[in-house]
Design a protein around this ligand. Structure first.
Ligand code: ADP
Length: 166
């Protein structure tokens, strides 16, 4: 059985992420989607909120398992018996970061290969941070995230606005 892991922040999950996860399912027998800590980014949603949204968003993909993991992605891959780490690539700017990360992971564990998938054209500009920026200003994000994610975003930001006013 060929197993892959799709690690990320998923803060929150977007159709760009779902596109990569779905395509990974066409290649691998099982795909573990993991919410991993990202020390460089402050998150809007808690890890368990992010996992819950991922579970809902992937409910029709029978071979996907979503969970949280606190540790190195190579440790996670080993734990799940994965042969590959699947990452998505959008702009050239992604490339530098991803090359660095793939090289580090290769150094840490030579048995796990990093595989890159090019973003689909319609999602090439899409990122969780852009979605959060638009949602925080009250914009419509329904083209980029499932409806329950859009609702969760508007709940987060309406609480933040109320706290600012009071
Ligand atoms: P991280 O903080 O680890 O980069 P993200 O949640 O931002 O986590 O992204 C997880 C993975 O999904 C990364 O490989 C990222 O490149 C990919 N990804 C995010 N958005 C898109 C998109 N619109 N198209 C293709 N891949 C994407």
């Amino acid at each position: 059985m060929k197993i892959a892991v799709c690690p990320g922040s998923f803060d929150p999950v977007t159709y760009g992420h779902l596109d990569i996860i779905t395509r990974a399912c066409d290649i691998f027998d099982r795909v573990y989607v993991a919410v991993l800590p990202n020390l460089g980014k402050e998150a809007l949603f808690t890890p368990s909120e992010r996992v819950e949204m991922l579970i809902r968003a992937t409910k029709d993909l029978d071979t996907v398992i979503c969970e949280e993991f606190n540790g190195l992605v190579v440790e996670y891959a080993k734990l799940r018996g994965a042969v590959a780490i699947v990452r998505g690539l959008r702009a050239v700017t992604d490339f530098e970061v991803e090359l660095k990360m793939a090289s580090m992971n290769h150094y840490l564990d030579k048995d796990v290969e990093t595989i890159f998938m090019m973003t689909s054209n319609e999602y090439s500009f899409l990122s969780s941070s852009a979605v959060k920026e638009v949602a925080s200003l009250g914009g419509n994000v329904s083209a980029w995230v499932p409806s329950f994610v859009a609702e969760a975003l508007s709940r987060k930001y309406s609480h933040a606005q109320k706290a600012e006013i009071s």
